[in-house]
Design a protein around this ligand. Sequence first.
Ligand SMILES: Cc1cc2nc3c(=O)[nH]c(=O)nc-3n(C[C@H](O)[C@H](O)[C@H](O)COP(=O)(O)O)c2cc1C
Length: 185
Amino acid sequence: MADLKILGISGSLRKASFNTVALKTCAELMPAGMTMTYARIDDLPLFNQDVFDAGIPESARRLRAEIAAADGVLIASPEYNFSLSAALKNAIDWASRPPNQSWQDKPVAIFSVSQGPMGGARVQYDLRRILGQLWAHVLPRPEVFIGAAPSKFADGKLTDETTRKFLSELLVGFKAWIERMQVKK
Ligand SMILES: Cc1cc2nc3c(=O)[nH]c(=O)nc-3n(C[C@H](O)[C@H](O)[C@H](O)COP(=O)(O)O)c2cc1C
């Protein structure tokens, strides 16, 4: 069977983003039979329906095509003021407009990394609410909240073994979730 194609999206545009590092680490931790590519969202213009209607910009067209082609989307999200970063919400919005809204029936897994002690516990529930109403299928569990990030990363690497184990478990669950959704289709 062909590998499951996972599209990784980091909600942080920061060069040294903990979320981006954790997302890239997931490529090492994935079970056999999954491969990951990464979307860029930093070149999307701010969503404007007039612009969309006049002709979807190339960057948004690319993102929509990447989501459509993926078997599953893995989102690493920072928490900004108890919710999503503007960049991530903007990306979700660009992919959400009909026709062929990209999130329809798409298996999605999320995790969050933050400097605060709660690891982005609040942003994940906003993400679930947004993606759920777009008919994405968001993996319910395990939930992975990576708090106190500076203590878990060093030299651009995720060094905390317990966190790596939590992400591995998320990825095993995500693989089973995608396979289950594919059987349902
Ligand atoms: C605008 C802004 C708002 C933030 N709000 C929160 C917050 O609500 N909760 C939290 O735990 N951290 C918050 N932080 C701190 C982030 O957790 C921290 O910047 C983290 O490193 C962002 O993820 P990144 O490393 O992937 O960029 C905020 C940071 C910014 C820039």
